[in-house]
Design a protein around this ligand. Sequence first.
Ligand SMILES: [Zn+2]
Ligand SMILES: [Zn+2]
Length: 236
Amino acid sequence: MSKLSNIINFIKDVISPKYCYSCKKEWHFLCPQCLQTIKKHQPYCYICKDKNAGFEVHEKCKKNVFFDKIIVYCHYRDNTIKKLIKDAKFYGRQEILDNFWLGLSNLFFENEIVLNKNNYIIIATPMHFLRKIKRWYNHSEVLAESISKKTSILYYHNMTKKIKYTKQQSKLSKNDREINLKDSFQINKKYLELIKWKNIIIVDDVISTGSTINHLAKLLKDNWANKVIWLVIASD
Ligand SMILES: [Zn+2]
Ligand SMILES: [Zn+2]
């Protein structure tokens, strides 16, 4: 972490000190004891919601679905988790993410048989640059970088781009979502060779809507990515 961000974090701690969102103890956003008690997500298929080993999408569920698995750490309906993620995302409390990258890294290896790390690439869900300016940073990039360091799988910043400033998907109808997303992502040309036959791990805090992730997954598959795997903190 740079000197500047250390100073910023120090100022933030003075203005609004850290306390555990669950038990209110000081110094942590989620103290180690409370982190232990967070209910973990059971491996399931994201499409039909039935249990499935390795968080794989069943073959029978893959009709027009372009991603292979969505590995989820915990439940978004947990109020502590919901509040932590919101504050990390909208209020710039970046250190909140420190509670999750280790768990996510371990969870990845528990649910994916990795024979050769060189066949994998980590990216973050791309954010339009205007949204990034609005929020100061892309929390998914911060998370992806930490997971890359822990897993020794290479992280590529800016491999994919969000080129259309889309309205928030959750506020739209299903039809409007499709139109809203059309051609909204792009792969940076210099990486087109690199992604061929690779397994792409996309890191994010939550899975927002199925159509967003499917659009990005389709783009990667159209450009010869082998597997597309999401690795996220929480989902319902
Ligand atoms: Zn606590
Ligand atoms: Zn299924």
